[in-house]
Write a protein that binds this ligand. Structure first.
Ligand code: AMP
Ligand code: ZN
Length: 142
């Protein structure tokens, strides 16, 4: 536990939250400043900053709870879909440095589009560079 981390304090019961689901290794609670009704956060109980820091078993616990919870959240607010996303690291806009998945209910008429809308345009990457990037990722995968 990180004493200065608001999400660790929620897990410990030291800060208020609308907890909606708990498993041995993961907890889900409503986002206090929701992007849409039912906006829910899913976190590992233990403090890890990013997905890359998360041990595999805790990653499985987070995904398992996301998997169970997404249809429940959609039904609860009569959503048509959900955007499920991690702001993974400071440069990606992560503000609470305890890894968390956002479950944001979406509606046919919300007019917001996909998360591709974050990007104004796509970079030009030639075939050689695409091959090199693919090879770097593939060779780094253990
Ligand atoms: P992020 O930018 O991905 O780090 O998002 C952090 C999210 O945590 C935001 O959507 C906040 O509204 C939410 N949040 C921050 N503090 C609390 C809290 N005490 N309880 C519930 N949600 C919180
Ligand atoms: Zn924490």
């Amino acid at each position: 536990m990180s004493g200065s981390c608001i999400f660790c304090r929620i897990v410990a019961g030291d800060a208020p939250a609308r907890v909606v689901a708990e498993t041995e290794d993961a907890v889900a609670f409503l986002d206090a400043n929701p992007l849409s009704p039912g906006h829910t956060l899913v976190i590992p109980r233990d403090h890890h900053e990013t997905l890359g820091d998360l041990p595999a078993d805790e990653g499985q616990a987070v995904f398992s709870l996301l998997h169970r919870l997404v249809p429940v959240v959609e039904r609860a607010v009569d959503a048509d879909a959900t955007t499920v996303a991690f702001n993974n690291g400071r440069a990606a806009g992560q503000e609470v440095h305890h890894v968390h998945g956002h479950v944001v209910p979406r509606f046919e008429d919300d007019g917001l589009g996909p998360i591709h809308g974050l990007f104004d345009s796509r970079p030009r990457i030639d075939r050689t560079e695409m091959d090199e990037i693919g090879e770097r990722i593939a060779s780094g995968f253990e």
